[in-house]
Write a protein that binds this ligand. Structure first.
Ligand SMILES: *Cc1c(COP(=O)(O)O)cnc(C)c1O
Length: 265
């Protein structure tokens, strides 16, 4: 998200009589894991009294690593924030963490207490039914508690750090082969890449065909599973490291599979 474009959009809305009330910034976008400039976006939201929500579904967990703490820069402006331990904190799906600055506003939005739900402990215990549309809910936090107790803070951060190292290693394999190219910066543990032999001068639609074939062929081996996206119209493959059991051997083996399939194509 570009702050200058956001600022202009807010101004345009205001002059046309509309009132923007919420902005959603992302830390770790789904396609490329890019990071929006939250401090600049936050300052704009504060000036115009706009609710700022941050989506850190996948990459938010990186903030547990001291060197990655910067991804929470600008959080003094943030009204609500979500990050999902089921994405990159080894917790079985589903477990999403929701943080909100004003607990009271959330309660005002969702609280409906019919007579049969009133109890004598009203106001003394946190009643999660007042914070969302659901009344009946599972004890999702328990499995996260077990994960945190099992690995501990250092255990978790070391594993996250290792995943980032493995992604960088895969990136270096791509960069060392002239028939492949990196399609986006690699801030976390996802690598965007594709095959693009320089001497073939393939068009964008040919590249899409070739890379679709590569993805299908790699996935059909049953050894590696890669996915795809489009970046500014350019077909792109995605390699994501996030499983707790993934080791350097897997990364090397995956690269061998991808390289062999590419050679056949
Ligand atoms: C995966 C993802 C989501 C969706 O999360 P769910 O828990 O499946 O709803 C939202 N935003 C981003 C940036 C994601 O990567």
């Amino acid at each position: 998200m570009r702050p200058d474009v956001l600022e202009q959009a807010v101004r345009n809305d205001s002059t046309e009589g509309r009132k923007p009330f919420a902005v959603v910034a992302t830390i770790g976008t789904t396609s490329t894991t890019s990071v929006d400039p939250v401090p600049e976006i936050g300052a704009i939201c504060r000036r115009h009294h706009i609710w700022l929500h941050v989506d850190g579904a996948y990459a938010g967990m990186a903030a547990a690593i001291p060197e990655y703490r910067w991804i929470m820069d600008g959080f003094e402006y943030v009204d609500s924030y979500v990050t999902n331990p089921h994405k990159w904190l080894f917790t079985p799906i589903d477990a999403s963490l929701f943080f909100v600055r004003s607990e009271q506003q959330l309660r005002q939005a969702f609280s409906i207490i019919p007579e049969y739900l009133t109890t004598s402990v009203q106001g003394t215990a946190i009643d999660f039914m007042n914070y969302g549309p659901q009344l009946g809910r599972r004890f999702r936090s328990l499995k996260l508690w077990f994960v945190m107790r099992m690995f501990g803070r250092d255990g978790l951060t070391n594993r996250l750090r290792e995943h980032i190292r493995l992604a960088r290693l895969f990136q270096s394999f791509i960069e060392s082969n002239r028939n492949f190219e990196i399609m986006a910066p690699v801030p976390f543990s996802v690598v965007c890449f594709r095959i693009n032999p320089p001497d073939k001068l393939l068009s964008e639609s040919e590249l899409e065909q070739v890379n679709t074939r590569l993805m299908d062929m790699v996935n059909a081996t049953g050894k590696v599973y890669i996915s795809h996206t489009k970046l500014n119209g350019r077909y792109t493959l995605r390699f994501a490291v996030g499983n707790i059991r993934t080791t350097e051997n897997h990364i090397r083996a995956a690269w061998e599979v991808i390289r062999e399939c590419a050679e056949q194509i």
